[in-house]
Design a protein around this ligand. Structure first.
Ligand code: BMA
Length: 837
């Protein structure tokens, strides 16, 4: 019995000692940190960062709370030291090769192993690997990492450089640009070991990267090359490839040194599609390396088979800019995503799960990983593959000019190579984009004037820009991932220029930054609108988590600190005054600001989709927040949906009705991203707010697949003849899809008001909640008078629908989503626009 126990314990303690490649996670060791030249040492978390470590040790408060951020500036100037001790057994030391691997260090470090300098690093987007066998000893080993200040480093580099560069000290460092502060995020210039630290022990060979190259794909077969790049020698090694879905099991004897290409043919390939166009078929392969029949290493790879092309062809208007997936054009519907947490180590897997599920529920098929944030974690891309969310992937450069000295360029080269190699097998990644808004900045933001560049300076700086984004990056892509389109900068042209409407992508900021009316979204519809957005204030349930209740007003220090746009509240206020009545009640202001954002996003998306196929993409700014902010997000930091999220979901639905009010007419479009034609009826009902329909009009329609069609034009004369009170009337359009037996199968609606909300003659509705026998499912019923923009609120609850209208005698079944508890009727707060008038 005792013997069995000893055997068991040793198996648990050294489970992989027989393997030829083993990894030890040093993140699990005990780590400490301290400030340089200070005695006090504290326990640290690895992966982690200095701000959360200081908070955990109660040296600082939560950096997101109230105005705390402002008290924490001192942290960015200090030098921080992280240390650990770990033991190595003599058995481990017998391995011929031992590598120390840092998956991510933020950012400037000096690394010491057993008190001897091992290396320095200066890029948080790279991993670092060192051969350390000779530097290790049996027994205790000491690892120390000194984090130099990224702010000091940046400033030193800035003062040493001949020309001051736009973008602040951050552009000198390969560190997340938003860490230095952004117009939706704090400045908490953090540092730390933000990804795992590992020891890798191996014998003769270990694979570094496995690339799956799709050489051809048709309906009968897919020809692939599995390209293995290895450390050590592959000579005499057998590679075995097994594919779960096809049952393939193929072995190859290798004769080359570091790389090997294994041809694999898949018959009857099942293609990968994005959401809405087909299944997300994926293949799961395992690639084993064997030496004399003994397994050395086994790697798992998931891949998808599809073709992706970006079509940029001259047409009579300019140049197209759209994506074809397996030969089919895709209208991209989605958002720009920023890191889900300011401190990247705070991101949990469940957060990605729920964020991406929300993206799917809102009918999106694309996310842009914006260049001012961070390359996302592997699990993010894995989820996008399996959910069918296309990714527009920026490299991490934004809104500034970057140095182009040889050290910096080399650093960028390594970073791009590494990120491309890490991500290129993901079918979801649709393109690489060099940067965010640098070409726009250069040509439109007046940098030359602001920084007093001479024409020679300008020529030099533009040459530097070109060398990174038009030479270094595309050259790497040519070698490492020639199959994907590379877009140098998003957007190519600034929104003030006419080319921005005619070709490439556009960031349309005339609404918000340009203070133009929402209707101008129709004028600003380019070929692919990769950014547009409008701010709103998060719900009070969210605000209370980041500031005391007595700070709930726009002038409080805490509130101002969570609004990073210099004139954000003024802009919201200006637009609000056009649409909503004045109010001093903060909750009403929050509600109005959210409705305003919802309206802006609705008009924008309707404009974009109605111009299909001229316009083939609509990505709003921005999906999420990385801290509790007053920002352009449709989901606040705590994941709570703002009103905009519901209007976006509706506007992105496969079938959508768009309405445009012109001085002389009302235009009604039907938009469909469906892959087949639909038969149905477009019904337009003219209602007054008492619930009387005084005109109803039905047209039989074939809703053409993948199209936008102008379905109805109603002239203003028609309304004039009715002599109606347009402040007391609305028009509700419905598209009722029917099957071959004329049975209705689906219905989409769109209500149009002829006036802005503040001009409407609303009267008191009577809305109430009625419980159903199903838990957390209830009916919202309205008795008399139109109830507009009904808001349902309860702590920690999300609703299947929200911010909707009910005519008198109408009701709607609502489910509470995401909840672990049963809500009582009195816990659900209900309100409509009338109450705020
Ligand atoms: C966009 C982005 C960000 C910015 C946002 C809102 O253009 O690229 O730089 O946060 O505008 O101003």
């Amino acid at each position: 019995m005792k013997f069995i126990w000893i055997l068991l314990i040793s198996l648990i303690a050294f489970p992989e000692m027989n393997a030829q490649v083993i990894e030890r996670n040093l993140s699990q060791e005990k780590w400490t940190f301290h400030e340089m030249n200070k005695d006090s040492t504290y326990p640290a978390m690895v992966p982690g960062n200095i701000h959360r470590d200081l908070q955990r040790n109660k040296i600082i408060q939560d950096p997101f709370y109230s105005n705390e951020e402002k008290k924490l500036v001192w942290i960015e100037d200090k030098i921080w030291i992280y240390e650990t001790n770990f033991t190595i057994s003599s058995k481990e030391l017998e391995y011929p090769q031992i590598d120390l691997l840092f998956e991510g260090l933020d950012t400037y470090t000096d690394i010491f192993l057993n008190d001897r300098k091992l290396s320095s690093t200066e890029n948080m987007f790279r991993s670092w690997e060192y051969s350390v066998k000779k530097k290790l000893k049996a027994g205790n080993n000491k690892l120390k990492i000194i984090f130099r200040s990224a702010v000091t480093e940046g400033r030193d580099k800035a003062s040493a450089s001949k020309l001051k560069l736009p973008g602040g000290e951050g552009v000198y460092s390969r560190k997340s640009p938003y860490h230095f502060g952004w117009d939706w995020g704090p400045r908490l210039v953090t540092c730390g070991i933000y990804k795992p630290v590992k020891l890798r022990l191996w014998q003769t060979v270990t694979s570094e990267n496995i690339q799956i190259i799709q050489q051809s794909l048709n309906n009968d077969s897919a020809s692939l090359l599995f390209k293995i790049t290895a450390k050590g020698s592959l000579k005499g090694i057998t590679a075995r490839v097994q594919i779960a879905e096809t049952g393939q099991d193929e072995s190859f004897s290798l004769h080359s040194l570091n790389t090997a290409e294994l041809p694999i043919v898949i018959s009857n390939p099942q293609k990968w599609w994005c959401r809405g166009m087909g299944k997300q078929n994926l293949y799961h392969a395992s690639v084993d390396l064997l030496e004399k029949g003994k397994l050395i290493e086994s790697k798992k790879i998931t891949f998808g088979l599809r073709t992706i092309e970006w079509i940029r062809e001259k047409d009579r208007n300019g140049k197209t800019f759209f994506l074809k997936l397996n030969g089919m054009p895709v209208f991209a519907k989605g958002a720009n995503m920023i890191p889900p947490e300011y401190f990247l180590t705070d991101i949990r897997k469940e957060q990605y799960d729920s964020l991406l599920q929300t993206v799917c529920d809102a009918n999106m098929n694309m996310l842009r990983i914006w260049g001012g944030g961070a390359y996302e974690n592997d699990i993010f891309y894995e989820k996008c593959d399996s959910l069918g969310i296309l990714v527009w992937q920026d490299f991490m450069f934004a809104c500034g000019l970057y140095p182009a000295d040889s050290t910096f360029i080399q650093n960028v080269r390594e970073e791009v190579k590494e990120q491309v190699k890490r991500l290129r097998n993901h079918p979801s990644i649709s393109l690489w984009c060099g940067n965010n808004e640098i070409e726009e900045g250069w040509f439109n933001w007046g940098w030359q004037k602001e920084f007093k560049y001479s024409s020679i300076d300008s020529a030099l700086l533009w040459k530097d820009y070109n060398s990174i984004f038009h030479q270094v990056i595309p050259d790497i892509l040519k070698a490492e991932d020639p199959s994907r389109y590379y877009h140098a900068s998003s957007p190519t042209h600034g929104w003030g220029r006419k080319e921005s409407i005619l070709e490439d992508d556009i960031h349309y900021w005339a609404v918000w930054w340009g203070m133009q009316p929402f209707e101008n979204y129709r004028k600003g519809t380019g070929r692919f609108v990769s950014e547009y957005g409008f701010q709103s204030i998060p719900d009070a349930f969210s605000l209370i988590r980041c500031m005391p209740e007595n700070e709930f007003n726009l002038n409080s220090v805490a509130m101002k600190n969570h609004q990073k746009h210099p004139i954000g509240f003024e802009i919201i206020g200006q637009y609000l005054s056009q649409y909503y009545p004045k109010t001093n009640i903060i909750d009403y202001l929050i509600y109005h600001s959210q409705l305003l954002q919802a309206e802006a996003m609705k008009i924008a998306i309707e404009a974009h989709r109605s111009k299909k196929p001229y316009c083939m993409g609509s990505l709003y700014w921005q999906l999420n927040d990385c801290w509790p902010a007053i920002s352009w997000s449709s989901l606040d930091y705590y994941g709570k949906k703002k009103a905009a999220h519901y209007s976006i979901k509706k506007a992105f639905d496969t079938v959508m009705i768009a309405v445009e009010q012109r001085p002389d007419s009302l235009l009604i479009w039907l938009n469909s991203d469906d892959l087949s034609d639909r038969k149905g009826y477009l019904i337009g009902d003219l209602w007054n707010f008492k619930g009387i329909v005084f005109i109803s009009d039905t047209t039989a329609i074939t809703l053409k697949k993948d199209s936008s069609q102008l379905a109805r034009i109603i002239t203003s004369d028609f309304f004039k003849e009715l002599n109606m009170d347009s402040a007391f009337t609305c028009m509700r359009f419905r598209f009722v899809e029917v099957d071959e037996n004329e049975i209705p199968v689906k219905e989409v609606t769109r209500t149009h008001y002829f006036k802005n909300p503040k001009e409407l003659k609303l009267e008191k509705p009577s809305i109430r909640i009625e419980y159903t026998s199903t838990p957390n499912t209830f009916r919202v019923r309205n008795k008399n008078n139109l109830a507009m923009s009904i808001r349902l609120r309860a702590e920690n609850a999300e609703f299947s629908e929200n911010y909707f209208d009910l005519m008198p005698d109408e009701s709607k079944i609502i489910r509470i989503l995401n909840s672990s508890k049963d809500y009582e009727a009195e816990e659900i707060e209900i309100m409509s626009l009338f109450e705020t008038f």
